[in-house]
Design a protein around this ligand. Structure first.
Ligand code: FES
Ligand code: FES
Length: 160
């Protein structure tokens, strides 16, 4: 059965008819055409599919699209303004927090969510916020440094 899904996606209102059983991950990639959100394990274990729902990180592979009706959903495509990278994007880029990059959109969204809720996170806060995201390449040290750098940029006025 199809339902009407009305949400604010990356700052824009949109309405779609979607099947009851459509995953939010598939809605974002296949209906909305936002392929920045990645499919990794497809089972809630890797964090590659992390997006924000009302600023809270959510695994889109475990979320039915219809459950975000009326809410604000942000994907990695929402970040950056007028061609300028956001603080978290700059952090991952400038501090080499990304190698193959497959996990990066999920890490970036979990980090952006953290800075929206807690602009001055400790290292423990960062580790806790990224605890559901897996990276096979970086060894995590560069990722932590990237988020610390992003928090400094954010403190100086850059959007997360
Ligand atoms: S694809 Fe969603 S947690 Fe791995
Ligand atoms: S940069 Fe390759 S999996 Fe994280």
């Amino acid at each position: 059965m199809a339902r009407v899904l009305a949400l604010t996606l990356n700052g824009r209102r949109r309405t779609d008819a979607v099947p009851d059983n459509l995953l939010l991950l598939d809605y974002l990639r296949e209906v909305a055409g936002l392929t920045g959100t990645k499919t990794g394990c497809d089972g809630g274990e890797c964090g590659a599919c992390t997006i924000l729902v009302d600023d809270e990180p959510r695994l889109s592979c475990l979320t039915l699209a219809t459950t975000v009706d009326g809410q604000c959903v942000d994907t990695v495509e929402a970040l950056g303004t007028d061609g300028r990278l956001s603080a978290v994007q700059r952090g991952f880029h400038e501090k080499l927090g990304s190698q193959c990059g497959y996990c990066t959109p999920g890490f970036i969204m979990a980090s952006a969510g953290l800075l929206r809720r807690n602009p001055r996170p400790t290292e423990d806060d960062i580790r806790a916020a990224l605890g559901s995201n897996i990276c096979r390449c970086t060894g995590y040290v560069k990722i932590i440094e990237a988020v610390q750098y992003a928090a400094d940029l954010h403190a100086r006025g850059a959007p997360p």
